[in-house]
Ligand binder design. Structure first.
Ligand code: ADP
Length: 406
């Protein structure tokens, strides 16, 4: 039954996407204010987005079921945090829709100027499979609030909830053509978005390898704006004063991950790190691994460079060593610090080159807190007011203060 959604709620398919992009550009609010000032003006957008968020909450069970079918994730985890976070993000940006404004500028001479913050135009969103709902709304919500029109391509593994969101968007009152979902594979549908001459911006979330391809396609087509949220190697630094139970909770977990962790431990040993303790499976049932600590870890080793997602730690003697090691990666998405020492928490959080630092917590994400990477984890921020900037551009309007002589 759910598969039927694939056919019933597709607003545009990949072929007609390419034909309808000019129409999408005309729908951007600043382009045709006279047509949309009542139906889709700033205030109306905010109200409609609020209604959209209510519809998501009303359909949360259905939506979580779709993500469970597609991504195989636990129903309970799909419903909360993923779906609950989605409607929360939408409400956050609904409140911002009528608060986007420019500045008045003092120019030299007898001139004055003001700036307009206009929607960037037609946006392409390319979404991965791991959080099909919340990443959809991290992208779509600020773009809607900014007055952009958009084409969203969910991951080929997880298209169902995105199609259902398109259906709910229509029910909420979003005008036809503003929010379009196309399904398809990356090298075809995704690549068509990245290289299309009538798309003004691409917001991509996914792997670093594909992010590079998207950036190349943007550069060789129309130099469209892009933002990339890519992979990470997010260190969790546990200081000796930390709460050990909390640390154990935050640090993993299935058979695939279990095999992966054991293979990293083998790599560590082969590359010359000293195994201080652990390193073996623990118990007869389940996928447990002994808490494992290495010393003599060099930044060039795989266990220092890759994200392990398991109870495998490297022992550092000083704070400087920990900071150097945390920064010795090409990525910079996130980092966690567990300590009760405020000086240590402040010093380390300011020294690590990553887009978000969690102190005594991990993977805490909310609508108002910007999220995105440093270095090869990408650029541009999702969430928070900063994300609106991705979908707006600034126009300066200059005029003489007194009557112009011309
Ligand atoms: P992950 O490893 O998280 O699945 P991917 O980077 O492979 O991340 O995929 C993320 C999104 O990028 C998916 O929607 C996928 O279809 C899309 N994608 C994959 N290849 C390309 C490509 N060449 N151009 C544009 N999008 C692509």
């Amino acid at each position: 039954m759910y598969r039927q959604l694939l056919f019933s709620y597709i607003y545009v398919n990949a072929t007609c996407l390419l034909k309808c992009l000019l129409l999408l550009r005309r729908l951007c609010t600043s382009c045709v204010p006279s047509v949309f000032c009542t139906e889709w003006c700033d205030q109306a957008r905010g109200r409609i987005m609020m209604k959209f968020a209510d519809l998501i909450d009303e359909n949360a069970e259905e939506l979580a079921a779709l993500d469970t079918i597609d991504a195989g994730k636990l129903f309970s985890l799909g419903k909360s945090p993923d779906i609950a976070l989605s409607s929360g993000i939408l409400r956050y940006y609904a409140g911002a829709a009528d608060k986007i404004h420019g500045e008045t500028l003092k120019m030299s001479g007898e001139l004055q100027a003001y700036t307009l913050r206009e929607p960037i135009g037609v946006v392409g969103h390319i979404i991965p499979w791991n959080f099909p709902s919340s990443i959809f709304f991290m992208n779509v919500s600020p773009a809607l609030a900014s007055g952009c029109t958009m084409v969203v391509k969910p991951a080929e593994q997880t298209p169902l909830s995105a199609l259902y969101y398109a259906h709910l968007a229509k029910q909420a009152g979003i005008p036809n053509g503003v929010l379009n979902v196309i399904t398809g594979f990356g090298p075809t549908a995704g690549a068509a978005i990245a290289s299309h001459m009538d798309i003004d911006k691409v917001s991509f979330t996914g792997s670093t390898e594909v992010g590079r391809l998207v950036m190349q396609a943007a550069a060789t087509s129309n130099l469209k704006h892009i933002s990339l949220e890519l992979g990470g190697k997010s260190p969790l630094i546990i200081f000796d004063d930390a709460d050990v139970d909390k640390a154990a909770d935050l640090a993993l977990v299935d058979k695939t991950q279990y095999d992966r962790i054991l293979s990293y431990i083998e790599h560590g040993k082969r590359e010359g790190a000293t195994l201080l303790t652990g390193g073996k499976p623990w118990g007869e049932k389940g996928y447990y691994i002994e808490p494992t600590i290495f010393t003599d870890v060099k930044d060039s080793m795989l266990i220092a460079r890759d994200e392990i997602f398991g109870p495998v730690m490297s022992l550092m003697k000083t704070i400087d060593e920990a900071i150097t090691s945390a920064n010795a990666t090409r990525y910079g998405l996130a980092a966690g610090i567990l300590t009760n020492n405020l000086n240590v928490a402040n010093t380390v959080s300011r020294s690590i080159r990553a887009g978000i630092i969690w102190i005594n917590c991990y993977f805490a994400i909310d609508g108002d807190c910007p999220f995105g990477g440093y270095k090869m984890s990408g650029f541009g921020r999702n969430l928070g007011m900063d994300a609106l900037d991705k979908y707006l551009q600034v126009k300066s309007v200059v005029t003489p203060i007194y009557n112009s002589p011309w």
